[in-house]
Design a protein around this ligand. Structure first.
Ligand code: AN7
Length: 371
């Protein structure tokens, strides 16, 4: 029987805090492919099975949609007329789209000049009220929390606990595809909401307790369907790595603008994840991140945004340095699509060749590239 897939809430209804009367707002998010890297292991000569969970294939091109379907659904259920978020880009794109779908207003605060063009175009096109602030994400996040105390708007950043509930479903999908949890799961870390959400998901699936689990999230389906949890690896950009510094970073900077975050909202939870999973944090330079973004695009046909490549860049280094043992199965989350940030992609690619519209000219190009 063919069943029409209608998003994570319908698919994982029993594992999420919804009831039959909850007005589900969905764009068919989730169910993203888990793609095993085929060419990089021999090219780079390493012995590990790396699978990438390509979250860039969600409706607005990032993992945020898993959380946003839940946050907007619950906002609507509570009678909210408007949502608000601060964002490095992807949250704003997702909030704008799901608000449009729900027929409510969205306000998005973004750092002026520091968000990728595709994300800005999404927020604008979906009709969000786009507020560019002369400040960074951390300033925006602080302002959103202040403003939401005074005016009736629902915050849909990951401090909204329904966001993590939606995002935990990525872990369920991975377990279902692999038959069990992988040895390692690597993610790029900004606010650390997603690494926390995955840990909640893996813990629920294995029937194991975690101190990151929210206190009050009634779910009906508590069946155990995995035998274990992975070690969680969180990678940051070197210029924006509060978890490596062990403290907040005041002026974070990186080409991976999605994770240009100095004051992570899920600071405490992320340390608990590291502790409970026996995992670790790492950092990679912008050069390493862009290099791996390009490797994935050129040799695997997978175009992710720079921030996403931090997960694979981190894992490749930790394999080389022996921190990840030979033969390990590793899942890396590719959090967003490469089309989100066309400027960065074009800046690091070779220019198109310009020729006359003649057969000779084109044949000359083909011959010179095949020899
Ligand atoms: C592509 O959009 O914070 O560690 O405001 O867009 O859960 O914060 C984006 C985060 C990784 C980090 N990869 O996830 C926002 C925002 C991409 C992202 C992250 C983000 P968290």
């Amino acid at each position: 029987m063919i069943k029409h897939y209608t998003g994570i809430i319908e698919h994982y209804r029993g594992r999420l805090p919804v009831s039959l009367s909850t007005p589900v707002v969905s764009l068919g998010e989730g169910n993203t492919p888990l793609i095993e890297l085929k060419n990089l292991p021999s090219l780079l000569q390493f012995d590990a099975r790396i699978l990438v969970k390509f979250e860039g294939l969600n409706p607005t091109g990032s993992f945020k949609d898993r959380g946003m379907t839940m946050a907007v659904t619950k906002a609507l259920e509570a009678g909210s007329k408007a949502i608000i978020c601060a964002s490095t880009g992807n949250t704003s794109a997702s909030a704008a789209a799901y608000a449009a779908r729900a027929g409510i207003i969205s306000f998005v605060l973004i750092p002026e000049g520091k968000i990728a063009f595709g994300k800005l175009s999404q927020a604008m096109m979906h009709g969000a009220v786009v507020i560019q602030i002369r400040g960074n994400f951390d300033d925006g996040m602080r302002l959103v929390q202040e403003v939401a105390r005074d005016v009736p708007v629902t915050i849909v950043n990951s401090i909204n606990p329904y966001r993590l509930q939606g995002q935990k479903t990525a872990a369920f999908e991975i377990i279902e595809e692999l038959g069990d949890a992988p040895d390692f799961h690597a993610l790029p870390v900004g606010n650390a909401g997603n690494i926390t959400a995955h840990w909640i998901g893996y813990s629920e699936a294995a029937g194991l307790p975690t101190a990151t689990a929210p206190a009050d999230m009634p779910v009906s389906d508590k069946r155990v369907f995995s035998s274990r949890r992975p070690m969680m690896l969180g990678y940051q950009a070197a210029g924006s790595a509060p978890f490596m510094r062990g403290k907040m970073v005041e002026n974070p900077d990186t080409v991976a603008t999605a994770i240009r975050i100095g004051h992570p909202m899920s600071w405490n939870q992320a340390w608990i994840v590291r502790e409970e999973s026996s995992g670790w944090f790492g950092e990679r330079t912008d050069e390493e991140i862009l290099y791996v973004q390009k490797l994935l695009a050129r040799h695997e046909g997978i175009f992710c945004e720079p921030a996403s490549a931090a997960s694979v860049a981190g894992v490749l280094r930790d394999i080389t340095e022996g921190r990840i043992p030979p033969g390990a199965t590793i899942v890396c989350t590719l959090t967003g699509h490469g089309l989100k940030d066309p400027d960065t992609a074009i800046a690091q690619s070779s220019r198109p060749v310009s020729v006359d519209a003649s057969r000779d000219a084109i044949e000359a190009v083909i011959i010179s590239n095949m020899s």
